[in-house]
Design a protein around this ligand. Structure first.
Ligand code: ADP
Ligand code: MG
Length: 440
């Protein structure tokens, strides 16, 4: 139990203590296993002092109450916020069954895969690509940051290259995620004769209508805007025989279920439907039954959260100043690319302003900003021009930002799924990351 004195900077001692306990944990018992995660009490730590402040709490849960049963207070077992990361050497080495060269895909595509620097497929790619290539419906479940995008993009690009009349629709819950999938598409499509239109809200619809007139083989978008384009008769789904639902469980949460149903109903029944996420809620099982046909189910998850993410809690005593605690953590240079999650849009602006006033380079991203500002904040953070990005759950899903050192849940997530996706912004693609959750 760490007990810091009122005259010390509380949070800084936190940081030290957290690192201390972990380096100890990682020695101790040889092979780390996820079954032996410390219980909540083991990670318990207290802080003293800290003036009360009215400042930067997330405020009301306005804007967030999805799923009625979670509406008032998040009710999550705190022990689920604590986990040691597993040293890469300790993790059993994954031996893929296939190499990219083994897949029967277009040689030009293989060349682009190689030039993107991918040598071996990740587990989800290894297991699901053959099924997608075979034309089957697939439910692919794998931890955050393990390459689900390429697991569907590569075989579908191959399908599109093999037949110019194949058209693929990809739906994602947020505009930024749709944009990111499009970027990855461009990297793989290189100079090949296959094109994508990105159809997301917050951007002018005129350009998207024009892009669709050229009948691109890939359309990547968010459900709301796709539905608009269908209503304007700019998008005809009757000849799209492949659809990908990336992070569809989030689309459900956001109330897009009606739009998704409408959109899928406009597609031919004879089609290939793919579903990818890190989480599978009970509600989404219903959708899978409704939209997919005898899907191949590929799950390469061994535990809820990626093994590469070290997780711990920071207990906030009643009346303590959360902002000061956050700033104390940020005083440690190890926190060099930090994504801070809050519950509300207003809370995001407020916290970002407060941090900026105290000299931190920070931006915020949330649904009340214009799309231009959202994208700009994200780009600045991606390129390392700002050190702290304060975000609502709009940034929790799918975003692949290289080198996020820490995810901090300044406000607790509403559900365990939200938690998994939030912290999944760090510790991606074989790197390690840290997640801290403030517990009131
Ligand atoms: P997920 O959708 O599972 O969260 P992403 O598809 O966003 O993960 O991929 C995470 C990161 O891993 C990306 O930066 C991606 O470029 C990288 N990546 C994916 N597949 C491979 C691979 N086979 N080899 C190397 N890096 C990969
Ligand atoms: Mg993804």
């Amino acid at each position: 139990m760490a007990f810091t004195e009122a005259n010390e900077h509380p949070a800084y001692s936190f940081g030290l203590f957290i690192m201390y306990t972990h380096s100890k944990n990682q020695r101790g018992g040889g092979r780390a296993r996820f079954g032996d995660r410390p219980r909540a009490g083991g990670g318990r730590r207290f802080v003293r002092g800290g003036a009360a402040h009215g400042g930067s709490r997330g405020g009301s849960s306005r804007g967030a109450p999805r799923r009625g049963r979670f509406a008032a207070q998040p009710s999550i077992d705190i022990s689920r916020y604590i986990n040691k990361a597993v040293e890469p050497e300790v993790v059993e080495a994954f031996v893929p069954e296939h190499r990219f060269a083994d897949f029967s895909v277009d040689e030009r595509l293989k060349a682009n895969i190689a030039s993107k620097g991918y040598v071996e497929p990740t587990p989800i790619q290894d297991k699901s690509i053959p099924h997608v290539l075979a034309g089957e419906d697939v439910v692919g479940i794998a931890n955050t940051g393990t390459g689900k995008t390429a697991a569907f993009l590569l075989p579908l690009l191959n399908k599109a290259l093999a037949n110019r009349r194949e058209h693929v629709l990809i739906m994602a819950p947020t505009r930024e995620l749709a944009q990111q999938i499009a970027e990855e598409f461009r990297a793989f499509a290189g100079r090949l004769p296959v094109h994508a239109a990105v159809c997301v809200g917050g951007a002018g619809i005129g350009g998207q209508v024009m892009a669709l007139r050229r009948r691109p083989q890939f359309v990547i978008g968010t459900p709301g805007r796709l539905k608009d384009l269908i209503e304007r008769r700019a998008l005809d789904l009757s000849y799209f025989r492949t659809v990908v639902l990336d992070e569809a469980d989030r689309m459900l949460d956001m109330g897009f279920i009606g739009d998704m149903r409408t959109i899928l109903a406009l597609m031919p029944e004879e089609r290939q439907t793919l579903f990818f996420s890190a989480t599978l809620s009970r509600e989404i099982e219903g959708l899978i039954g409704e939209f997919l046909r005898e899907p191949a189910r590929i799950s390469v998850k061994t535990q809820d959260t990626a093994a590469s993410i070290e997780q711990d809690v920071v207990r906030i005593p009643p009346g303590a100043n959360k902002l000061a605690i956050l700033e104390g953590l940020l005083a440690d240079p190890e926190f060099d690319k930090v994504l801070v999650f809050v519950r509300t849009k207003h809370g995001a602006d407020k916290l970002s302003r407060a941090l900026a006033q105290h000299g931190f380079k920070t931006e915020s991203i949330h649904g009340n900003k214009t799309q231009g500002k959202r994208q700009k904040a994200l780009d600045l953070f991606k390129r390392g021009h700002v050190r702290v990005l304060v975000a609502t759950d709009v940034a929790a899903r799918g975003l692949d930002i290289s080198g996020v050192s820490h995810v901090i849940n300044f406000d607790m997530p509403m559900t365990h799924e939200d938690y998994i996706h939030r912290i999944g912004r760090t510790g991606r693609a074989g790197k390690k990351g840290k997640a801290l959750t403030f517990i009131d």
